[in-house]
Design a protein around this ligand. Sequence first.
Ligand SMILES: Cc1ncc(COP(=O)(O)O)c(C=O)c1O
Length: 467
Amino acid sequence: LLERASVRLVKHFTRIEARPSVRGGGARVARRFRESGDPFHEDGAPLENALDELFDTLVEPGLEVSSPTNFGAIPSGGLITAAIADLLASATNRFTAIAPSAPPLAELERAVVRTFASWLGMPDGAGGVLTSGGSLANLYAFVAAREANAGALERGVVYTSEEAHHSVLRGARVSGIPAERVRLLPVDASFRLVAPALARAVDDDRARGLLPFLVVANGGTTNTGAVDPLADVSAIARRERLWLHIDAAYGGFFALTARGSEALRGIHEADSVTLDPHKSLFLPFGTGALVVRDPRALERAFGMRGEYLPAASRDAYELCDLSPELSREARGLRVWLPLRVHGVARFRRALDEAHDLACEAARAIAAIEDLEVADSPALSLFAFRIRPERAVSWARAPDVDRINRLFLRALQRRGRVMLTGTRTSRGFFLRVCILSPRTKRKHIDLLLTEVRDTLATVARAMREDAT
Ligand SMILES: Cc1ncc(COP(=O)(O)O)c(C=O)c1O
């Protein structure tokens, strides 16, 4: 069975390079699947049939997230070693939630999270948990910060920038902090939180009898890749006794590189940091992490045991006390195996390469007369758009955002590279995120050709339409 599945998998992986990042027909296949009724039979079906259905039909259409020409949203995954680790974890099926049932594997997971903490420069004793992704890590941070601050539920105020990921806002809502007590602070021209505005907002709220307790800074925004001034924010957080959480779901692992750790300067001072190995460690979806300066904060937030569970063992890594999860896969293995096999230096080089390629692409796009780049990439993500003054000169009824949306749709329709767009506080931008270890210079060349050709077509069509 394994052999037959691996033959398909190897074929799948080798084709990622050659195929377009997006393949159409997904809605049709999904409809057919839905309409074909109950997919299961009383007596089962041969594996070969299931593999045919999976590889020829079900996984065929849609976005190839780890494709070298996927520059949209946040690319993810691509390492077959992580898939092998998942197979091993499922097949051996160890229960890591309580340490005594799988002591070494529980320890392995603790080692993974401690390693992440050390990469960020956090002190010994920092720890945390692996989650299924950044959204849950952000939510856990909210709960931990709330539990560490008596009165937060009733009067607590949270500060973040207007560029924060929506999971931060959801984290507030789900942890009981209403939207009226979440301050979305303004950003500067580089989309970075303005530290003095944070200090002023905290003062104002204290004067109104509220309880400022948490600031969430960005270690690489989803919109434009901006990194907030973490050291400045940290100084304010310390002075004002706020819990500092840094959402570095996208950007955190760039701390492995010299330039990344410079961009993320100050990250080690956080009380908690969200990291997504399924983003900047190229692992498959379902791998997030919350790193905390003091793991006892997670115990205080989540620690609770039924009578049917053994008491916590001293000094062991008792996962069930650190998050709301109990039964779950041995998640550490899918981080451990790729890092063991490929070595940390390979990841560092891949991240440096992603940064270099992003800088090159941003420079080339900025050199195109009609385009402007929001800011040069701090990590591997940047945003750009048609210059408002150019867009205005092309169309009869100029709506800059609409023209940029048209530009994006035209690029997507050509189907040779995948880009996505976003609405920022300054309007609509297209985004380029380089985060597949398969992306090389030739893919950037293709991206640039596509951008130039599409721009020429859109500009021509607009001008013709206006005359
Ligand atoms: C900055 C940031 N935070 C949080 C998240 C949410 O992470 P996840 O999709 O792993 O839940 C994302 C996802 O793109 C992100 O970019």
